[in-house]
Ligand binder design. Sequence first.
Ligand SMILES: NC(=O)C1=CN([C@@H]2O[C@H](COP(=O)(O)OP(=O)(O)OC[C@H]3O[C@@H](n4cnc5c(N)ncnc54)[C@H](OP(=O)(O)O)[C@@H]3O)[C@@H](O)[C@H]2O)C=CC1
Ligand SMILES: O=CCCC(=O)O
Length: 293
Amino acid sequence: MEVEVGFLGLGIMGKAMSMNLLRHGFKLTVWNRTLSRCDELVEHGASVAETPAAVVKKCKYTIAMLSDPSAALSVVFDKDGVLEQICNGKGYIDMSTVDSDTSSKISEAITSKGGSFLEAPVSGSKKPAEDGQLVILAAGEKALYEEALPAFDVMGKKSFFLGHVGNGAKMKLVVNMIMGSMMNAFSEGLILADKSGLNPQTLLDVLDLGGIANPMFKMKGPTMIQKSYSPAFPLKHQQKDMRLALALGDQNAVSMPVAAAANEAFKKARSMGLGDLDFSAVHEAVKFPESSS
Ligand SMILES: NC(=O)C1=CN([C@@H]2O[C@H](COP(=O)(O)OP(=O)(O)OC[C@H]3O[C@@H](n4cnc5c(N)ncnc54)[C@H](OP(=O)(O)O)[C@@H]3O)[C@@H](O)[C@H]2O)C=CC1
Ligand SMILES: O=CCCC(=O)O
C-alpha cells in the first residue's frame, strides 16, 4: 500500500520541498496556516486538509517546515494541532530551524502519546530545495529516520543522522551562525572595495579564484551589487538563527563576538524594514549603519 505523507507549512522552503515530493510520486496531504497557499500543490496532485490534526490523522508520517520556534510549537500544541491525532505507529518530522529546547519539548509531547519524532533541519536554500539538493541534519528516532529516507533522498543530496534530539537543531544553528557572520564580513568587503575606488565585480572575480571562494559569495555577490534582494532565505529567519545560536553560546559559555556583531547588523536591517527580503539585504544595514525605521 502506498504511504500517505503529510506536509505542514508551505512557505518558500515547504512549497519547494513538497513540490519535489509530488514530482517523485509521493502521495501527499498538505496544510498551511494561510490555506490558499495549498492551491498550487493541489493542482499538482496533493490533497489538502483543514488542520494539522486532520493531516496527522490521515498520514503515516507528517513533515513540518515552519518559520520559527513559536510556529513549530503552535502547530503541535494548539487546538486542532498535531498532538490531537499523533499516536502509536505515526511519525512527526520537524524540518524547521529551531533551538534544541523547542525540539525537545515537541519530541517529549509526541513520544508521550506513542508517536515517534525526528528533527531534521536542512542546509541549503530555495534553489537546492527545488532541485532536491538539501543537506538534511536529522536526529531523534532512528527507525523514523530510516522510514523517511526515501523522502529525504528526494529532498536532499545527503542526509546525516546525528543521534539524539537536539543535535540536529544545534548543528543547524552552528552552520547558520557561521553563514550569518560570513555574510556580514562579505558585505563589509564589498563596501570597502567600492568606497576605496575598486570595482566590486572585480573583487568577486578575485574571491572566486582564491581559497575563500564559496557558493554563497558566488550566488549572492552579483545581486548584492545590484541591490536586488528577492527572498530565498528571509532576513528575519537568519536573525532568528543568530539569536538562537548566541543563546546556545550562552548556555555553553562560548564567547562569540563576531556572531554577536553580525546579529546586531541583522537586527538593524530588521529595524529598517528589510526582514522579509533576502538575508543578503543586511548589506544595506552595513552600508548605512546610522539608518533607522
Ligand atoms: N528559506 C531558506 O533558505 C531556508 C529556511 N530554513 C528554515 O526553514 C523554515 C521555513 O523557512 P521559509 O520557508 O523560508 O519561511 P517562510 O517565511 O517562507 O514560511 C514560513 C511558514 O511558516 C508558517 N507559519 C508561520 N507562523 C506560523 C504559525 N504561527 N502557525 C502556523 N504556521 C506558521 C507560514 O504560514 P503562512 O503562509 O500562513 O504565513 C509558512 O508556511 C524556517 O525555520 C527557516 O529558518 C532552512 C533552510 C533554508
Ligand atoms: O537556513 C538557511 C540556510 C540557507 C543556506 O544554507 O543557503
